[in-house]
Write a protein that binds this ligand. Structure first.
Ligand code: HEC
Ligand code: HEC
Ligand code: HEC
Ligand code: HEC
Ligand code: HEC
Length: 169
């Protein structure tokens, strides 16, 4: 009798944990959707450079995302016929920032500086972010995963420091 009861709980437990595992997997696999289908290729072919929008990418720790005021320099009037472009102006009407979803985002405990890699290390954006100038759709995942192993692997190749305290401050 006891055996029957126990095995019922075991089966129930197994299904329950399988269920929550699958639920977690679903959550972590969900594809980020940006509020506007921003097109990198179109802007770069119109002569903009990465740092016109990501102003900190060479000088500061954070590259930063552009604010609505940057977009409105060109989009206060329609420059094309894309309904995606019209969305830019509808955000301006609400005075809310465009709620971009961040793809590249390290946890708080990790220290990473763009200036260190781009200005001092002389690295190109594409080494970590891939060919953004060819993207006609927002990226949905990191081109190069920024897991600890990936940082350490490149640091080993380039003879940069792999001291725990340099990345964890
Ligand atoms: C006219 C402004 C503009 C220019 C120029 C521009 N970007 Fe962006 N970038 C954006 C916007 C807006 C987003 C957020 C939407 C998206 O992910 O497509 C973004 C997102 C990104 C992201 C993803 C960041 C994250 O955490 O989600 C990377 C990486 C990036 N840009 C790199 C570049 C590089 C490299 C260049 C130059 C080759 C460049 N960008 C030029 C506006 C710009
Ligand atoms: C220096 C001027 C300039 C700036 C700054 C600028 N854009 Fe544009 N944008 C353009 C031009 C030019 C086009 C192409 C219009 C066309 O040919 O249809 C365009 C097209 C677009 C389109 C339509 C793309 C498509 O797929 O058809 C969207 C959406 C857009 N821009 C969003 C933004 C956002 C968001 C920002 C701010 C992060 C921004 N733009 C900043 C000049 C600019
Ligand atoms: C593709 C290669 C590459 C990748 C990927 C990379 N780095 Fe680096 N990193 C370098 C190089 C090269 C330097 C040395 C730059 C210099 O000062 O000349 C460096 C330097 C650093 C420094 C300064 C170390 C010191 O001596 O104080 C820190 C901190 C750092 N990286 C953190 C990171 C973190 C965190 C990641 C992952 C999210 C990462 N890096 C990914 C190449 C890389
Ligand atoms: C060594 C790898 C590396 C290089 C080179 C690099 N990035 Fe990044 N980038 C990262 C990492 C890691 C993050 C996430 C940083 C964080 O969460 O603090 C990031 C984040 C970003 C973001 C999101 C906004 C932000 O400030 O976090 C943008 C935009 C971006 N990078 C643009 C650029 C541009 C433009 C260049 C070239 C001028 C560049 N990156 C060069 C690794 C790199
Ligand atoms: C070159 C940069 C770099 C170095 C060196 C580094 N880490 Fe990390 N570490 C990271 C990044 C980036 C993450 C966050 C992404 C991830 O979890 O992989 C991280 C995450 C972690 C975490 C959290 C893991 C989790 O599951 O949340 C621990 C603990 C950790 N590191 C310990 C260490 C120790 C101990 C050392 C030295 C032996 C070290 N790290 C050296 C970049 C680095």
């Amino acid at each position: 009798m006891d055996f029957v009861k126990n095995s019922w709980w075991l089966t129930f437990g197994a299904f329950f944990s399988l269920g929550s595992f699958m639920f977690a997997a679903l959550l972590s696999d969900s594809v980020p959707v940006q509020p506007i289908r921003y097109n990198h290729a179109i802007h770069i072919s119109n002569g903009l450079g990465c740092e016109d929008c990501h102003v900190g990418a060479r000088r500061n720790e954070k590259a930063t995302l552009p604010g609505l005021d940057t977009c409105m320099q060109c989009h206060s009037e329609a420059v094309g016929q894309s309904p995606e472009e019209a969305k830019v102006r509808s955000f301006a009407g609400t005075s809310q920032p465009i709620p971009w979803v961040r793809i590249m985002q390290l946890p708080e405990h990790v220290y990473f500086s763009h200036r260190r890699h781009v200005a001092l290390g002389g690295m190109k954006c594409a080494e970590c972010h891939g060919p953004m100038e060819t993207r006609t759709e927002p990226p949905t995942k990191a081109f190069r995963p920024m897991k600890m192993d990936n940082c350490i692997e490149c640091h080993r190749e380039r003879k940069a420091s792999n001291d725990c305290n340099d990345c964890h401050r």
